[in-house]
Design a protein around this ligand. Sequence first.
Ligand code: GBH
Length: 459
Amino acid sequence: SLAGGSDLAGGFPPGFLWGAATSAYQIEGAAREDGRAPSIWDRFVARPGAIFQGQTGEVAADHYHHMEEDVALMARLNLRAYRFSISWPRVLPQGTGPVNERGLAFYERLVDTLLAQGIEPLVTLYHWDLPAALEDRGGWLVRETAQAFAEYAEVVARRLGDRVRWWLTHNEPWCSSYLGYALGIHAPGMHDKQLAIHAGHHILLSHGLAAQCLRSLLPREAQIGIALDFYPVYAADERPETLAAVQQADTFRNRWFLDPLFHAEYPELLFSTLDVTPPLIQANDLAVIATPLDFLGVNYYSRMLVRGAGAGSAATTSGNPSYEVVERIPGASYTAMGWEIFPEGLEVILTRLHREYAPKALVVTENGAAFEDHWHTGEGVHDWQRIHYLQLHIEALSRVLAQQVPLKGYMVWSLLDNFEWAFGYSKRFGLVYVDYPSQRRIIKDSGQWYASFIAAQRR
Ligand code: GBH
């Protein structure tokens, strides 16, 4: 195994951030407590048919009431870092204006508890839970929401800025924009590609405004970044239509947010691929959006295999007119989400980002898998498939480091089983199993494996 004496043990740089990640709505519960106001997700989950079996994040893993216990678990897992998100409507119930002291105090206690255990906190400001009050004023479709996000960033930075070094503005703006506004499978549940383009622009603007605000308030050592989700795109055949499809899918899935952030421009191909018009861009927008960052967060789960439309196959179109995604590849292995296990893609995306966009540093802010985990009282959870998945992806990291890529950390999604959005509690990604009826936590075999792997690394 990788844990003791293998090629990898000791092969990672000292100080490498071995961690795990979560997000507020997926684990906290306590949806109406201590002055927290509703977010767009509290509303979306109430829609008939939106979520598996009508489940909600109302209680989730009840982390809000198990915070100390959960940090103790992290310590048992030997985590050096923990990535979590802050619930905007817990801190600013109306989205702007009056601060909810009790909400802010929860995150302050969390950060202090982590630091007392020697665990480095990575804070994400937005993991999809927009205050409902802001949705009522237009949500991400209006520019005012970008301004409100910068205000929110300021409130959090003033409180935690002396203790938190790693900051992420947004998690996966592609999901907030496209799943939320075009495919309607995430909040706020709209079905219009053109709206997704507008929302995406305001999210990018909010990122830039917040990054500038954080830069002006935080100490010099602060590391400011954003987490994007990436899918390396592969061609299913050699036809010219397919090679064009690869460019379209890559632009849509990977470059939509990268190019504005790092090159201060949208890729033209984005708009023709989606058959939409560009967003309304004001004079300074792209300069604000391209505010220099300290690191890029990379969420990686799988790749995309595409072919040009018209090859006459069983492929599905994933809501896109011009190419087909191949969903089942003969001989490939899949997770319980139906996502192909493709560790090489992590190496491909990290080396490409380094080559083409050259962020000052990279952190894998999410990587992990759902499998059918089973727990019976008195027994462990024998998730050998997850151990194998993690080993293969960590091996990919060591190949990346051998190529001088400035990779600083790796966060497993997820610390705990949690509310998997539209899939509710039916998918388990945790290193730790959550028995929801009792809220008992059981460290899975993968958690034990990760703990000994980390222990074998130099500090
Ligand atoms: C992450 O998203 C999230 O950050 C995290 O909250 C979540 O729990 C975790 O992954 C596991 O899902 O077929 O067009 O509907 C992962 C990225 C992007 C994966 C969208 C699923 C579906 C695209 N996700 N993708 S589509």
